[in-house]
Design a protein around this ligand. Structure first.
Ligand code: NDP
Length: 383
């Protein structure tokens, strides 16, 4: 039976990996909706190949370009943020949430409110909305399947298990490209995005270099697998072969291993609860030879400490942390600040933010996000 998938953020790294699996399994999948921010050319090429009902470009200024690029194809073109949400609401068997940043939150919530099965890559959406999102999942009977490789690993290790029996969850971290670099002041964007194991979009690559990626993942895990923050640990594992682990109270630790290729966790979400073929070579442990593990260095890379503090504070704090980080990363990529300023700016915004009462609605979260962005911009001007 053919299943339908819609992809938010189709032109990105996760979007392209998802479409690669759809292409390889074209008898089993058809595409409902594809979205992008401004990359009309790629979106139109994907739409012409996969034939969705609708293609949406978030940047309204690119609407006429998209219309022209799709003319004669019979594919509906739409633009703007509300069109993204409308695309997310359309009936589909699975929706891949692969927009980067809090910009993906409103469409993810729109999909959840339809009770959809959401394969969630867009960690910033869950970090920012936290309980607002998990409560909506519960209220609307939606399903969240974790795409992030670590959370997907944990999800797999929990199959047949019970959260009440979990002693700890360990998120593995590669440590990023700068783990052994002494001078973090002079790191260039090119160095920061050159991840040793994973090929990813620019923002998450910088997050991996600062370790904010692991910090965001800590908060993400806290919402997806509510075992208590004190039971969620981080270990640096430079080979990225073990994607995360769950330790049970009887002393058994289950781990998920695999190549550093997002098509593995994406395939696990698409086929869940079954399995599907991917083009991965068999895991050759003898060729890998050695797996090593280190405690994270929270002095040089304070991001995980800041994220844990924000998670402990709860309420609006994780949304503030995420927004400040998004602004700081964009400034670093634009050459406006040094790499080492990213955690400094995030910490300053977290300390200065006048945290409102716990957000209760999507609008509350978006207000916090926008206030924190403004504060971060002000810090950048002073920096
Ligand atoms: P990319 O930067 O490669 O792609 C981002 C996608 O989102 C693109 O389609 C982009 O469109 C779209 N987009 C960007 N900004 C907006 C916006 N304001 N409104 C609507 N759409 C927007 O990101 P990745 O694929 O690397 O990451 C996507 C998400 O998945 C992130 O949250 C990341 O943390 C998470 N993730 C990624 C992994 C990876 O291996 N890449 C691994 C695990 C999680 P356009 O191309 O037009 O700019």
């Amino acid at each position: 039976m053919t299943r339908t998938i819609s992809i938010l953020g189709a032109t990105g790294s996760v979007g392209a990996s998802t479409l690669d699996l759809v292409r390889r399994n074209s008898d089993a999948w058809r595409v409902g909706a594809l979205t992008a921010h401004s990359n009309v050319q790629e979106l139109a090429a994907q739409a012409r190949e996969f034939g969705p009902e609708i293609a949406v470009i978030a940047d309204e200024a690119r609407y006429s370009d998209l219309k022209v690029a799709l003319s004669g194809s019979g594919i509906e073109a739409a633009a703007g943020r509300s069109a993204l949400c409308e695309a997310a609401e359309r009936p589909t068997d699975v929706i891949m949430a692969a927009i980067v940043g809090c910009a993906g939150l409103a469409p993810v919530m729109a999909a959840i409110k339809q009770g959809h099965t959401v394969a969630l890559a867009n960690k910033e959406a869950l970090v920012s909305a936290g309980e607002v999102m998990t409560a909506a999942v519960e209220a609307h009977g939606a399903t969240l399947l974790p795409v992030d490789s670590e959370h997907n690993a944990i999800f797999q290790c929990l199959q047949g298990g019970n959260l009440a029996d979990v002693r700890s969850i360990t998120l593995t971290a590669s440590g990023g490209p700068l783990r052994l670099v002494d001078d973090l002041d002079s790191v260039t964007p090119q160095q920061a995005i050159a991840h040793p194991n994973w090929d990813m979009g620019a923002k998450i690559s910088v997050d991996s270099a600062t370790m904010f990626n692991k910090g965001l993942e800590l908060i993400e895990a806290h919402h997806l697998f509510p075992v208590g923050l004190d039971k969620i640990r981080i270990v640096v594992h430079p080979q990225s072969v073990i994607h995360s682990m769950v330790e049970y109270r009887d002393g058994s630790t289950l781990a998920q291993l695999g190549p550093s290729d997002m098509r593995v966790p994406i395939a696990s979400c698409l086929a869940y609860p079954r399995r599907m073929n991917t083009p991965m070579a068999p895991l050759d442990l003898a060729a890998i030879g050695e797996l090593s593990f280190f405690a994270p260095d929270e002095v040089r890379f304070p991001a995980t400490k800041l994220a844990r503090q924000a998670a402990e504070a709860g309420g609006a704090a994780p949304a503030v942390l995420n927004a400040a980080n998004e602004i700081a990363v964009a400034a670093f990529l634009a050459g406006k600040i040094r790499f080492s300023r990213i955690p400094v700016i995030v910490e300053a915004v977290l300390n200065a933010a006048n945290l409102p009462p716990d957000p209760q609605t999507l609008d509350d979260v978006l207000l916090v996000d926008s206030a924190a962005r403004q504060l971060a911009e002000e810090y950048l001007e002073k920096d």
